[in-house]
Design a binder for this molecule. Structure first.
Ligand code: NAD
Ligand code: UDP
Length: 335
């Protein structure tokens, strides 16, 4: 299939491109590089041993989208482009509504103008808000607690309305993506101090940061630290390809959790990373981060059954691939 990938130069987009190209699909990347890396695209080409087009453009720019659609004539879109920092979304909500919501509307308009009828969208488990029960299934009520989560839910709702008359949309609600490509050639390269747990631990392991701050150890979990469902980025990438395979004229709108069904606490993840690196990693316990929940774990049953997809990689695969990437590229993509 000819697939336009918005945000393809980012963390999850670049890993998905490798799997997409390896599976024999053709790709074209549309990314404004606000948080992506052109170097990641060169490395994807080497890993997949296949070329693809790239345009530096913004999804809020209808003309740029039109040009890309005219040039590439995609049959489907995988839509990763957007802003993703929860804290920043509280400080700059309009930037989030503009990039994530208005940008997605522009993208759908371009798809309409060019008769492209399939889209896979990066949603997030954050749409569930505070869990009322665990594991979270897709019927759990949605109630995002920050502007970032609101943008994801809004786009899901827009897609629900859009996906009729032969158009189909699949929203994948990612749990916590982690790890890197097995080669260590591509991985997560945060532009700033990492907000997320695994890239922070990786920087502690390489000596860039002194110690992990554990945000609270008085939660109602096995060891008091927050529990999450960490999904390996390569498994996540493959969920997009599985989703594309199920989309047809009658498909309409679907939503799936993408997780493993297994919870891991902060202390467990830190210990697993330490085992990978061969030394215990330093930490200090600080107060809870506002907005964090004790536990978030997926029921991936719907995706397992309907997409015939399931996670195959372990937390250990995630820590070892993350370390492989971090050790080979201590400064990320910077040369
Ligand atoms: P990322 O920042 O690495 O990738 C996003 C890419 O989109 C970047 O390359 C960036 O340059 C590009 N981009 C941003 N705004 C754009 C715009 N207006 N026009 C064109 N390109 C634009 O993030 P990621 O971790 O790869 O996440 C991909 C998607 O998955 C995002 O939509 C994110 O919200 C969603 N998601 C991520 C996580 C996570 O923990 N990483 C969890 C759930 C959902
Ligand atoms: N966390 C932490 N220290 C950090 C970053 C995260 O203790 O520097 C904890 C956080 O409180 C949560 C878990 O790690 O329990 C996962 O956080 P992350 O930001 O990676 O993902 P989230 O689930 O919040 O999207």
């Amino acid at each position: 299939m000819r697939v336009l990938v918005t945000g393809g130069a980012g963390y999850i987009g670049s890993h998905t491109l490798v799997e997409l190209l390896t599976e024999g699909h053709e790709a074209f990347v549309f990314d404004n590089l606000s948080n992506g890396h052109e170097e990641a695209l060169s490395r994807v080409k080497q890993l997949a041993n296949k070329d693809f087009g790239f345009v530096k453009g913004d999804i809020r720019d209808g003309e740029a989208l039109d040009k890309a659609f005219l040039e590439f004539k995609p049959e489907a879109v995988i839509h990763f482009a957007g802003l993703k920092a929860v804290g920043e979304s509280v400080e700059q909500p309009l930037a989030y509504y503009e990039n994530n919501v208005a940008g997605s509307v522009e993208l759908l308009k371009a798809m309409g103008a060019h008769d492209c009828k399939k889209i896979v969208f990066s949603s997030s488990a954050t749409v569930y808000g505070t869990p009322q029960y665990l594991p979270l299934d897709e019927d759990h009520p949605v109630s995002p607690v920050n502007p970032y989560g609101q943008t994801k839910l809004m786009v899901e709702n827009i897609l629900k309305d859009w996906a009729q008359d032969g158009r189909s949309a699949t929203a994948l609600r990612y749990f916590n993506p982690v790890g890197a490509h097995v080669s260590g050639r591509i991985g997560e390269d945060p532009h700033d101090i990492p907000n997320n747990l695994m890239p922070y631990i990786a920087q502690v392991a390489i000596g860039k940061r002194e110690a992990l701050q554990i945000f609270g150890d008085d939660y109602e979990t096995r060891d008091g630290t927050g529990e999450r469902d960490y999904i390996h980025v390569t498994d996540l990438a493959n969920a997009h390809i599985a989703a594309l395979g199920t989309m047809n004229e009658a498909a309409g709108f679907s939503v799936y959790n993408v997780g493993t069904g297994q919870g891991t606490t902060v202390k467990e993840l830190l210990a697993a990373y330490g085992e990978t690196v061969g030394q215990e990693l330093p930490f200090e316990t600080v107060q809870r981060r506002s907005g964090d929940v004790a536990s978030s774990v997926a029921s991936p049953k719907k995706a397992n059954e309907a997409l015939n997809w399931s996670a195959t990689l372990s937390v250990h695969d995630a820590t070892s691939s993350s370390w492989n990437w971090q050790a080979q590229n201590p400064d990320g993509y910077a040369q």
